[in-house]
Write a protein that binds this ligand. Structure first.
Ligand code: DGL
Length: 260
C-alpha cells in the first residue's frame, strides 16, 4: 500500500497517473486542506507539517510514500528520509530528469511556490546533471489558491490573466520546456499552455508516479483508495471527483493532523 500526500488537492495529479499505471494498487491519500498552502511558509514549518503527514500515513501501515508536493519535496525530503524508515519518493528528480529529456534548446523554465523557487531544488538537480543547460525560475503564489478555489476552467479569465502575469519572464527567456514545479499546477495546465503554446509542460506529480512505478512495480491490491483531509470533506470530494473523473464514494475521511 502506498501513501501519497500533498498540502491539498495537488497530489491528485499523481493519483491520476498511479491509477492509470497501477490500477490494483491500494492507496492512502492525505491532503492537508486545513493548512494549505505550504508554499508561503518557512522551511521549518514545512518540515514540521511534512513530518506529521508522514507519521499519519505510517499509522495506516503504508509500505512506501510519495511526496506529491513540490514544496515538501524541495524543502524537506532529506529530513524525512533521515527520520523515517520507509522508502520516500519525491517529485524533484523525476520532473527535472523529464525536462532534461524533453528540452531541445537547453533552456528550462521552472514555476513553483515561493518556498520551492527559493530552495532552487529543481535548478540544482538540472545543473548537477547538465551544467550546460540554463534555467529560469518564477514563483507563482496565486496559482494554488486559484486551484483550491475552483478557478480551473480553461476559459477562466482571472486564471488566464494571472498566468500571463507570472509567465512573462519564462516566455521572454525562450524556454522550450516548463516544469510545473507544484503539483497543483497541472490542474490549470490548459490555461498555462494557451499562454505558452509552443512549450512542453512537465506534470510533476505524474512524472513522480511514473518513477515510483519503475522503482516498485505493480503491487497486488484491490485498487482501494482512501482519502483523508484535514478540513471539509464535501468540498474536497466534489473537487476531487471533477479532477479525477471518477467517483471517490464514501472514502473521504477527516482527521486531526495536529495529533500526529
Ligand atoms: N502542491 C503543492 C506543491 O506541489 C502546493 C504547495 C502549497 O501548498 O503552497 O508545492
Amino acid at each position: 500500500m502506498i501513501g501519497v500526500f500533498d498540502s491539498g488537492m495537488g497530489g491528485l495529479t499523481a493519483i491520476k497517473q498511479i491509477v492509470k499505471m497501477m490500477p490494483d494498487e491500494d492507496i492512502v491519500y492525505f491532503g492537508d486542506t486545513g493548512r494549505v498552502p505550504y508554499g508561503t511558509r518557512s522551511k521549518d514549518t514545512i518540515i514540521k507539517y511534512a513530518c506529521q503527514d508522514v507519521r499519519f500515513l505510517l499509522s495506516k501501515k503504508v509500505d512506501a510514500i510519495l511526496i506529491a508536493c513540490g514544496t515538501v519535496s524541495a524543502n524537506a525530503i532529506s529530513v524525512l528520509r533521515e527520520q523515517f524508515d520507509v522508502p520516500i519518493f519525491g517529485v524533484v528528480e523525476a520532473a527535472s530528469e523529464k525536462a532534461i529529456e524533453l528540452t531541445r534548446n537547453g533552456v528550462i523554465g521552472i514555476i513553483g511556490t515561493n518556498a520551492t523557487v527559493k530552495s532552487n531544488a529543481y535548478a540544482n538537480h538540472i545543473n548537477a546533471l547538465r551544467p550546460d543547460f540554463s534555467t529560469v525560475s518564477t514563483p507563482c503564489p496565486l496559482f494554488v489558491p486559484l486551484v483550491e478555489n475552483g478557478f480551473t476552467d480553461e476559459n477562466n479569465e482571472i486564471t488566464r490573466l494571472t498566468c500571463e502575469h507570472y509567465l512573462r519572464d519564462i516566455k521572454e527567456s525562450g524556454a522550450d520546456t516548463l516544469i510545473l514545479g507544484c503539483t497543483h499546477y497541472p490542474i490549470i495546465a490548459p490555461v498555462i499552455q494557451k499562454v505558452l503554446p509552443e512549450v512542453s509542460l512537465v506534470n510533476t506529480g505524474a512524472e513522480a508516479a511514473v518513477r515510483l512505478f519503475e522503482k516498485i512495480g505493480k503491487q497486488a491490491g484491490q485498487g482501494r483508495i482512501e482519502y483523508y483531509v484535514s478540513d471539509d470533506i464535501a468540498s474536497f470530494k466534489s473537487a476531487a471527483e471533477l479532477f479525477l473523473e471518477m467517483p471517490v464514494g464514501d472514502n473521504v475521511f477527516k482527521i486531526d493532523i495536529e495529533k500526529y
